[in-house]
Design a protein around this ligand. Structure first.
Ligand SMILES: [Zn+2]
Length: 152
């Protein structure tokens, strides 16, 4: 279950609590990017990319960075294994472990997703009912269950 909170892009007010752990106060920022399809033609499509700075606590920010670098390091390590050892069990293990870390990171960060609405405002989608409620209160907005089909 996810919840959507519509927010005016000009004046976003975030709750003081970290949206990822919901335990610690936010002290840092993390960039979240979202692309939105704006047009579809025969051979190409256009899209707009929006970046939104999200508040995050120090611990969660370290976790996001650690997962990223550990995942990349494992895949790179597999690529650096000498040719005659490539088929040994280690190479596929490093690739799979690295990709698993990166996939987990994407899922974990998807707890809060900004979606750009047509008028430039954001719909912030979160899996946390509690955070949705706090975000809505801070912005004098209302939150509701998020259904992807309602976007179009
Ligand atoms: Zn946190």
């Amino acid at each position: 279950m996810a919840f959507g909170v519509p927010i005016r892009s000009s004046s976003v007010r975030f709750p003081a609590i970290c949206p990822f752990c919901e335990a610690r106060k936010t002290t840092r920022w993390i960039r979240r990017r979202h692309s939105r399809l704006t047009g579809y033609y025969l051979f190409y499509f256009t899209y707009s990319t929006a970046k939104l700075q999200f508040p995050i606590c120090t611990v969660c920010r370290s976790k996001a960075l650690s997962l990223l670098w550990a995942g990349i390091a494992m895949v790179v390590t597999a690529a650096l294994i000498p040719g005659e050892w490539k088929l040994a069990v280690e190479a596929p293990f490093f690739v799979l472990a690295g990709l698993a870390l990166l996939a987990y990171r994407v899922w974990w960060l998807s707890k809060v997703i900004p979606i750009v609405l047509g008028n430039g405002d954001f719909l912030i989608v979160t899996r946390s009912l509690d955070y949705a409620r706090q975000l809505a209160t801070a912005n004098d907005a209302t939150f509701e269950p998020f259904m992807p089909a309602t976007l179009t």
